[in-house]
Design a protein around this ligand. Structure first.
Ligand SMILES: Nc1ncnc2c1ncn2[C@@H]1O[C@H](COP(=O)(O)OP(=O)(O)OP(=O)(O)O)[C@@H](O)[C@H]1O
Ligand SMILES: [Mg+2]
Length: 579
């Protein structure tokens, strides 16, 4: 980024932030503007009044009291306005920050599943999150910078009368700061992603120490300090990235300070040489000294504009890269789903994880994918959903190639219970209603879903029913692993999509409840297509078709009875269980 680009970026960022502030908090923006405007014209007014005061100083009280009073009022006004404008600026910044944060989180929420959890995405999100306070402040900084320009122009005019050279030099004294901050922006721009990445890594380690599931494990292992050390090392790496910039900035800050001093020294010389009489010299000196203060605060606010500009650009790029236009809408119906000769290779792998894998199911059927760990079941499921792109093969829903649909629309066909289901420590109601994209569900619907997932009974025993806070980290109730899994299944019942994919839906659930859950799935099977991954032989008995995966291929398929009598891979895998 060249200096010109840095200035252009600063202008873009400034326009953007003021536009957003005007759209979201116009009265706050107006208050900030009024505050900085009063502050901006005060120094020049002081110059004029000082010159008036010096001229009348030898005269009668009638002559010198009015300028004295006016000057006192101006000084008081300057003090009070500075304090107030700062506070109003902070309150405005808090409001804007909340707004940007909400927008950022909505963009994160709208990310397509393939982008979620990727290193690049995480680093960018983290970078955006750490920029939120700066984004919030930016509009005030823009106004402060405009104020600084007004201050400089007004000082220039008032000092010009005393010495034109001094007037020009007072304005020129702003330049060294501007150049330094433009350079700073360039450095910050380059650091944005690596800094975000290391900060995210550090934060991840901290989350493991704090988050309940991992914190308990670490506490029992007694090895939390190891994770703390990991967090610390990562934080230091992030800091080192910033530190390099700060060291360079200190050097250039010193140089620009020198430049500013020389220009203002020149202005003082101009005043002393050119100022005719004591009044002019006194007023000129006040003007130049105000110029010192003005360049300092202008330096800070211009610095904000220039150094925040890369953050604004990264934020905008991210937020605008996420399309909010395709909402997931749950489909009302699907008659069939076909996976035809799917081959999938993970990035970085040489061997495909699944090869030429085909299976199909129709409405009303329950089919199963079985196989040992690593056989390729989850890979197959994720490809059907569209989360993985196959090297070859087609997924068809109702006979139509599913790639014809945007992913969000495609996902509207599916209700997926993943192996790594979420344990959301919200209220029961909130935990269940996220099964639907719009989050809308009546209490009756939620209870029905809970009952179908065999979670209704234990939820009824919780103190506040659907309003019970879950998770002990917020003072709520702790649940067992199987209870969490039943809630996850209840989300799928509430979602009620036409194709259900349940990846080991009862892995944490006791045998009795498992039986009831599968009986319920069988009872309501006619409403949907159900695809189940299961490691328990007996659950497979009532299935319409079972596909046996081995090393990414389907090696055998049929009904439970057929597979048992064939005495091949299926019988091998389940030998213990069916004996
Ligand atoms: N994100 C990934 N990147 C690279 N390889 C992966 C990834 N996920 C899975 N694999 C590999 O693909 C193969 C199939 O994994 P998959 O998760 O589909 O197995 P699975 O049948 O679901 O096993 P499990 O019963 O343990 O859930 C494995 O060899 C695994 O190492
Ligand atoms: Mg799996």
């Amino acid at each position: 980024m060249t200096r010109v680009d840095a200035f252009r970026a600063a202008v873009d960022a400034s326009v953007y932030s003021v536009r957003r502030a005007w759209g979201y908090a116009p009265t706050w923006l107006l208050r900030v503007i009024v505050g900085y405007l009063v502050l901006a014209v005060t120094p020049a007014a002081q110059v004029l009044v000082v010159s008036w005061l010096v001229e009348t100083s030898g005269g009668t009280p009638r002559e010198f009291v009015p300028p004295l009073v006016v000057l006192t009022v101006l000084l008081g006004l300057g003090q009070a306005m500075e304090q107030n404008t700062n506070l109003i600026g902070q309150r405005t910044a808090n409001r804007l920050r909340a707004r940007y944060q909400d927008e950022l989180m909505r963009a994160v929420a709208a990310l397509p599943p393939q982008r979620v959890g990727q290193a690049q995405t995480n680093a960018t999100i983290q970078g955006c999150r750490s920029s939120l306070p700066d984004l919030g402040r930016l509009a005030s900084s823009v106004v402060a910078s405009a104020g600084a320009l007004v201050t400089a122009a007004a000082l220039c005019v008032s000092v010009w009368r005393i010495s034109p050279v001094a007037g020009v030099l007072v304005v020129a004294a702003l330049l060294p700061n501007l150049l330094v901050f433009a350079w700073d922006a360039k450095m910050q721009d380059a650091a944005f992603v690596p800094y975000g990445e290391w900060e995210r890594r550090s934060e991840y380690a901290v989350e493991q120490l704090v988050g309940q599931r991992t914190a308990t494990e670490l506490a029992t292992l007694g090895s939390g300090a190891v994770v703390a050390e990991v967090a610390d090392t990562r934080r230091r790496t992030a800091n080192a990235i910033l530190d390099r910039i700060l060291v360079l900035l200190t050097r250039t800050g010193t140089i620009s300070g020198g430049g500013t001093a020389i220009l203002l020294g020149g202005a003082l010389a101009g005043v002393v040489v050119g100022g005719s009489g004591g009044a002019g010299i006194a007023a000129g000196i006040v003007g130049v000294l105000s110029g010192v203060a003005a360049t300092r605060s202008a330096g800070f606010s211009f610095g904000d504009l220039i150094s925040f500009a890369p953050k604004v650009r990264a934020y905008r790029q991210f937020v605008e890269s996420v399309s909010h236009s395709v909402d997931t809408q749950i489909r009302s119906d699907a008659q069939s789903v076909d996976a035809r000769r799917l081959t999938v290779t993970y990035p970085g792998s040489t061997e495909p994880a699944i090869r030429e894998l085909s299976f199909s199911a129709e409405k009303g059927q329950i089919i199963a994918l079985v196989g040992v760990n690593g056989a390729g079941k989850t890979t197959a499921i994720n490809t059907v959903l569209g989360l993985l792109e196959p090297d070859a093969g087609v997924v068809a829903v109702d006979g139509v190639d599913a790639t014809a649909l945007p992913l969000a629309a495609r996902l509207g066909y599916f209700g997926l219970l993943t192996q790594e289901f979420g344990r959301y420590e919200f209220t029961v109601r909130d935990t269940i209603r996220i099964g639907r994209p719009d989050g809308k569900a009546t209490d009756d619907e939620i209870w029905q879903a809970l009952d179908s997932a065999h979670a209704g009974d234990f939820v009824r025993r919780l103190g506040d029913g659907l309003d019970t806070q879950l998770g002990s980290q917020f003072g709520g109730v702790g649940l067992s692993g199987g209870q969490w899994q039943r809630l996850a299944l209840a989300r799928i019942y509430l979602r009620d999509a036409p194709i259900w994919i349940l990846d080991e839906p009862t892995s944490a659930i006791d045998a009795e409840a498992e039986q009831q859950i599968f009986a319920e799935l069988q009872r309501t099977r006619s409403d949907r297509i159900t695809i189940v991954v299961s490691h328990r032989a007996w659950t497979l008995k009532g299935m319409d078709h079972i596909y046996v995966l081995d090393e990414g291929r389907i090696v055998e398929h049929g009904t439970y009875e057929q597979l048992i009598t064939q005495q091949r891979r299926f019988s091998q895998i389940f030998a213990e269980q069916v004996a």
